[in-house]
Design a protein around this ligand. Structure first.
Ligand code: GLN
Length: 551
C-alpha cells in the first residue's frame, strides 16, 4: 500500500510544481523507495492532445499511447519511471467517465452530483494501482482558489480523511516575492494561500517557498507560525541555474527529510545522490559549446518543445558541452538564399509538427544541411521533410510531398502533391497485432500513438548508436513514409535503416555520404533522461562537436 503526497500550488502559477514533484520523486528514489507520479489537471479538455502547444506546451506521449501534460515528461526525466495513461487526468476526463456511467445506468437513477460522484471518480484515479509503489505523488494543476480546481481539492481532502492517519500528507508550493522598494521578502501571499487551503479543509504539512533569493530564518519562522507548519517543514526553493540541480538543492534544504518526518518515518536510508552530483558537475563545467538551429514553427522556445530541448541538453551533458539552441521560424527559408543564415550553426534539427505552413522552408533547410554536410536530425515531421527533399532534389520527383497538405491545398485551389511520398496508411501489423486507423476518426483516433518497435539494419549509424537491432520508441503522427519509393530513395543515398517489424513502415532514414544525417519517424526526445541520454541525441551532439572543430 502506498503513502500519498498531494502537491498543490498557491499565489501564482508557473512556480515549478512539476519540477518540485519530480525532484521529490527522485529524492525518495535515492533513498531506496519506489515512486509513481500523477498529474490531476482541472481544465475541461478531455486530454491535452488537441490543445495548442502555444497555450499548453508540448503534448507528452506515454509508452501506452496517452497524450498527456508535459509535467509527466519532468516526472520521467527525474525518476526514469515510465508514465502511463493512468497517471494523467483532467476534469474533462473525469466528467466524461461520470457521464458515461450515468448513461449506462450505473447510478441507478440517482441524482449525479459533484460530491460524491465526481469526487469519487477522482479518488479512484488517485488510488489506482497503489500497491505497486511506496509513494504516490499526486500533483494538482492550477492554484488553490481556482473554481475548476475545487472538486480536486475536495477529493484529496476526503481521500486523506478516509485513509489511516499518516498515510497522506499535503505539500504546498508558494511564492515569496521580493519587493524592491522596501527591500523585503513578503510572506503575506503565502499566509493567504495557506488560509485558502485551510478554508477547504486542507492543512499543509510541508511548505515549499519559491523565492529569487535566500529566505531568512526569521521569515521562515514567521511562515511556520502563521501557517501552522513545523519550522523545519518550511523549505525554501531559490532559483537555480539548471533544473537538474533541483534534487541536490532540495536535499540540502531538507525537503525529503521534511516529507519523511511528516509521515513519521524515522528509519529511512540515507539518500544516494551520486548520479545527481555527476549531472550537476557536468552541467556546471562544460568543455565548450555547440549551437543548434531548430527549424520549426514555434519560435518562442517556452514549453512547446520541452522534451526536445531537454534531450539536447542531455546530449550535451554526455559530450560535456553546453548546447545553445536557436529556434528559427521555418518560413524565413522560403526566400531563396535565406539558408545562409544557417551558417555558423553546428547542427540543424527539424522537430515534429503538423500542417503545411513552413514546410517549404524546412525542406530548404534539409537541403542546405545535406549539401553542406552539417549534422542533421529530423524528428517525425523532420524525417518526412528529409524524405520529401530527397524525392524532389535527388529522385526528380519535383512535386513530391505529403498527403497531409492536400486538404489545405484543395481549399486553396492548389494542385495536390504528386506523388505523396508521405501518406496515410489505414492498416499495418505491429508487435501488438493488426493496427487500424480511420482517416475520418476524431483527432486522437487517427494517430499512431505510443511505443512501437523497429528493426535496425546491422552496420547502420542507427544500430551503432543504439547498440541494438530491435528498439522501441514512442510515436505521435498520422502519416508515414511510403515504402514504395524505398528503392529510388536508397539509390539516391537515403538509406532506410530502421523499419517496423513487419517491414512496411520506415522508422529511420540516414545518409552514408554525410557526417551525421538521421531522420526518425518517432519522438526519441520523450525517452531521454539526464542520467541516460538518448543515443541519437548523444550522436547528434557528438557530430556537432566534431563539426565545430572543423570551422
Ligand atoms: N504531421 C506529421 C504526421 O502527422 C508529423 C507529426 C509529428 O511530427 N509529430 O504524420
Amino acid at each position: 500500500m502506498a503513502r500519498f503526497v498531494f502537491i498543490t500550488g498557491g499565489v501564482v502559477s508557473s512556480l515549478g510544481k512539476g519540477l518540485t514533484s519530480a525532484s521529490l520523486g527522485a529524492l525518495l528514489q535515492a533513498r531506496g523507495y519506489s515512486v509513481r507520479l500523477r498529474k490531476l489537471d482541472p481544465y475541461l479538455n478531455v486530454d491535452p492532445g488537441t490543445m495548442s502547444p502555444f497555450e499548453h506546451g508540448e503534448v507528452y506521449v506515454t509508452e501506452d499511447g496517452a497524450e498527456t501534460d508535459l509535467d509527466l515528461g519532468h516526472y520521467e526525466r527525474f525518476t526514469g519511471v515510465a508514465a502511463r495513461r493512468t497517471d494523467s487526468v483532467s476534469s474533462g476526463r473525469i466528467y466524461s467517465t461520470v457521464l458515461e456511467r450515468e448513461r449506462r445506468g450505473d447510478y441507478l437513477g440517482r441524482t449525479i452530483q459533484v460530491i460524491p460522484h465526481v469526487t469519487n471518480a477522482i479518488k479512484e484515479f488517485i488510488a489506482y494501482g497503489e500497491d505497486e509503489c511506496d509513494f504516490m505523488l499526486c500533483e494538482i494543476g492550477g492554484t488553490v482558489g481556482d473554481i475548476e480546481g475545487l472538486p480536486f481539492f475536495e477529493a484529496i481532502r476526503q481521500f486523506s480523511h478516509e485513509r489511516a492517519p499518516g498515510e497522506c500528507i499535503f505539500m504546498h508550493l508558494t511564492l515569496i516575492p521580493y519587493i524592491a522598494a522596501s527591500g523585503e521578502l513578503k510572506t503575506k501571499p503565502t499566509q493567504h494561500s495557506v488560509k485558502e487551503l485551510r478554508s477547504i479543509g486542507i492543512q499543509p504539512d510541508v511548505l515549499v517557498c519559491r523565492a529569487d533569493r535566500e529566505v531568512p530564518e526569521k521569515e521562515r519562522a514567521k511562515i511556520a507560525l502563521f501557517c501552522n507548519v513545523r519550522p523545519e517543514a518550511v523549505v525554501q526553493a531559490v532559483d537555480l541555474k539548471t533544473i537538474y540541480e533541483a534534487p541536490l538543492a532540495f536535499n540540502d534544504e531538507g525537503l525529503d527529510r521534511a516529507v519523511l518526518s511528516a509521515f513519521r518515518i524515522t528509519d529511512a536510508p540515507a539518500p544516494k545522490l551520486e548520479i545527481w552530483e555527476e549531472i550537476a558537475e557536468r552541467a556546471h563545467n562544460p568543455d565548450g559549446e555547440v549551437s543548434i538551429a531548430m527549424v520549426g514553427k514555434y519560435t518562442e522556445l517556452g514549453d512547446a518543445y520541452k522534451s526536445l530541448l531537454e534531450a539536447l541538453t542531455h546530449g550535451g551533458l554526455a559530450n560535456r558541452v553546453k548546447v545553445r539552441v536557436e529556434a528559427i521560424g521555418a518560413e524565413i527559408f522560403e526566400k531563396p538564399g535565406a539558408e545562409e543564415q544557417l551558417s555558423g550553426f553546428n547542427g540543424v534539427l527539424i522537430p515534429g509538427g503538423f500542417g503545411e505552413r513552413g514546410v517549404e522552408g524546412k525542406i530548404a533547410a534539409v537541403r542546405w544541411a545535406r549539401e553542406r554536410k552539417i549534422p542533421f536530425f529530423g524528428i517525425c515531421l523532420g524525417m518526412q521533410m528529409a524524405v520529401v527533399e530527397a524525392a524532389r532534389n535527388l529522385c526528380g520527383l519535383e512535386r513530391a510531398g505529403s498527403e497531409e497538405w492536400n486538404e489545405e491545398r484543395k481549399q486553396r485551389g492548389k494542385a495536390a502533391v504528386d506523388p505523396a511520398v508521405i501518406y496515410f496508411m489505414p492498416e499495418w501489423v505491429s508487435e501488438q497485432g493488426l493496427q487500424k486507423r480511420r482517416a475520418d476518426g476524431d483527432k486522437g483516433a487517427t494517430m499512431r500513438l505510443g511505443a512501437y518497435e523497429a528493426r535496425l539494419t546491422p552496420g547502420s549509424r542507427a544500430a551503432d548508436a543504439y547498440g541494438a537491432f530491435l528498439i522501441s520508441e514512442r510515436h505521435r503522427h498520422r502519416f508515414e513514409v511510403d515504402d514504395a519509393y524505398r528503392e529510388q530513395l536508397e539509390a539516391a543515398g537515403l538509406i532506410f535503416s530502421g523499419l517496423s517489424p513487419d517491414g512496411r513502415l520506415p522508422e529511420i532514414v540516414e545518409r552514408t555520404d554525410h557526417p551525421w544525417f538521421v531522420g526518425v519517424q518517432f519522438h526519441p526526445e520523450l525517452k531521454s533522461r539526464p542520467f541516460e541520454p538518448h543515443p541519437l541525441f548523444v550522436g547528434f551532439i557528438e557530430a556537432a562537436v566534431k563539426q565545430s572543430r572543423l570551422v
